[in-house]
Design a protein around this ligand. Structure first.
Ligand code: PHE
Ligand code: CO
Length: 296
């Protein structure tokens, strides 16, 4: 299980950048983080911390406080794991980069959240094309302290194992759900709309854009609609989906998806920026600045 940690990033090939998948689980090499690594963490942590007051889900801010992550140094996985195990039975495991889908699902189903051990370089503060320690730890881990969200993530892992066996279309539908909830989800709270998606929480630009900009659509959560909706991997999202509560997410995803996958097989996918007559629209995006090339 333990190998010497490596840093595995996308590689440039004659086909452009391709992700490199790695299955190794590694011990967090905490003592090998440089002063620069800790400084990158501190800078990003403080910046997001200030920005997310009044923007992040109150539950995210609460669980983050409880876990005791702070700016002053990169957290130790072992310390976080003591809190996580006690709260919801989750733990984080160190990985070198992206995992193959089935490996990822099996970890989640067993309440293990894979966290990339390495952190971005100072010149990558605002953008990098793959998850690093800041995205994974700052963005994803706090809400695993919430019992309902923790159950949702484990159920998603079991659902992923199943979708993987059913086939690529089922898997694509399920991946869209992850994208529009776990990575880019918004939630309606008594004081207004808030962020719970990790892809937004770890991004300065998108933390502002998703709530303040008139450009994107903000639409009420609708399971099958989301599972048909394409998305962007290279720009801010054209559409965000808004849940009312983590319980709503859990309840909506409780049914067996086998029948849903069969139904979706006959339906066309929806471009990322489209609004349907059936949508509960909180904001109809102006579409300003949207790229015109195809969505994923
Ligand atoms: N209920 C889903 C299924 O049967 C599994 C799932 C749970 C998927 C939670 C996503 C989120 O496949
Ligand atoms: Co992520």
């Amino acid at each position: 299980m333990n190998t010497t940690p490596q840093r595995v990033e996308h590689q440039m090939t004659d086909k452009g950048y391709v992700p490199v998948y790695t299955t190794a689980v590694v011990e967090q090499p905490w003592s090998s983080y440089s002063a620069t690594d800790h400084q990158v963490w501190a800078t990003l942590f403080e910046r997001q911390q200030q920005l997310l007051v009044g923007r992040a889900s109150s539950e995210f801010l609460r669980t983050q406080r409880t876990m005791g992550m702070s700016a002053h140094r990169i957290p130790k996985f072992d310390d976080l794991n003591r809190m996580l195990r006690a709260a919801t039975g989750w733990e984080i495991i160190g990985v070198q980069g992206l995992l193959p889908e089935l490996d990822f699902f099996e970890h989640l189903a067993n309440r293990r959240f894979p966290v990339t051990w390495w952190i971005r370089k100072p010149e990558q503060l605002d953008y990098l094309s793959e998850p690093d320690l800041f995205h994974d730890l700052f963005g994803h881990v706090p809400l695993l302290m919430n019992p309902v969200f923790a159950d949702y993530m484990a159920a998603y892992g079991r659902g992923g194992v199943k979708a993987h066996a059913i086939g690529p279309d089922a898997l694509a539908s399920l991946t869209r759900l992850y994208w529009y909830t776990v990575e880019f989800g918004l939630i309606r709270e008594p004081d207004g709309m808030r962020i719970y998606g990790a892809g937004i929480l770890s991004s300065k630009g998108e933390s502002i854009h998703c709530l303040d900009s008139a450009a994107p659509n903000r639409i009420g959560f609708d399971l099958e609609r989301i599972m048909r909706t394409r998305y962007r991997i290279d720009t801010y999202q054209k559409t965000y989906f808004v849940i009312d509560s983590y319980e709503q997410l859990m309840e909506a995803t409780r049914p067996d998806f086998t029948l849903i996958y069969a139904r979706l097989a006959d339906q066309a996918s929806i471009p990322a920026g489209n609004v349907l007559d059936t949508d509960a629209v909180f904001n109809r995006g102006t579409g300003e600045g949207w790229p015109t090339d195809a969505d994923v």
